[in-house]
Design a protein around this ligand. Structure first.
Ligand code: 16G
Length: 205
């Protein structure tokens, strides 16, 4: 854990430390069960006897969750209170944010992998749900153990079978296209991904 996110400040109170997950683990249990039939390294929600797969919890701020995200992109400085506020904003959006994490059981509950499924509600497609895979990152010290594959496989199946998404998409760098293709993601004919980046505005605006 870097100093920036280390705990010099008052962090999670005892109240917060009671289990508070971003979504209910039971929702994804059937998918974990199915996965454990094809990959015998998975037992319940433990992978290779070393890693716990579970929803993000409020206490994960103390276990390197933000530091892990910093391996993907800029995160800025996020205090525990800011983290907590965003966590509950997400949690209040029912059936929308499914943030899965991988914890190293032997390393003081360190968070070493994460991926998010966001389910966007639509009017189109008979009140369809569109899934997006976001913020996939495996700690660079833990790569090559199929942990990213595990997260993507689980969330993709969950999006289809439990959230009933009519489609799911993601954005990634060129060198990751072949990685995501193995899970059924591909470029769509005559479709483009367009993006506009905004300069940062001051909070007064
Ligand atoms: C990647 C991520 C996306 C993330 C973005 C951050 C996946 C599949 N894609 O595109 O979810 O939000 O990087 O980069 O994980 P940015 O800070 O430049 O938007």
């Amino acid at each position: 854990m870097t100093e920036r996110h280390g705990h010099d400040h008052s962090s999670s109170s005892d109240y917060d430390k009671k289990i508070d997950d971003i979504f209910d683990l039971n929702l994804i249990q059937p998918i974990l069960k199915y996965y454990s039939i094809k990959d015998n390294k998975l037992h319940d929600n433990i992978y290779n006897e070393k890693y716990l797969i579970r929803p993000l919890s409020i206490s994960d701020y103390d276990h390197g969750f933000i530091d892990l995200l910093c391996q993907l992109t800029e995160c800025g400085q996020i205090t525990y209170d800011e983290f907590k506020q965003r966590f509950y904003q997400m949690k209040q959006c029912l059936n929308t944010y499914y943030i899965l994490i991988i914890e190293d059981i032997n390393l003081n509950k360190q968070i070493i992998g994460t991926a998010t499924l966001v389910c966007e509600k639509k009017f189109i497609r008979q009140l369809g749900i569109r899934g997006r895979i976001e913020d996939v990152v495996v700690d660079n010290r833990y790569r090559g153990q199929q942990l990213g594959k595990l997260l993507i496989d689980l969330l993709t199946k969950f999006a289809h079978e439990k959230c009933h998404c009519y489609k799911i998409s993601l954005e990634c760098k060129d060198d990751l296209v072949s990685f995501y293709k193995q899970f059924g993601y591909d470029h769509e004919d005559k479709q483009n991904y367009l993006c506009q980046r905004f300069p940062k505005l001051s909070k007064k605006n």
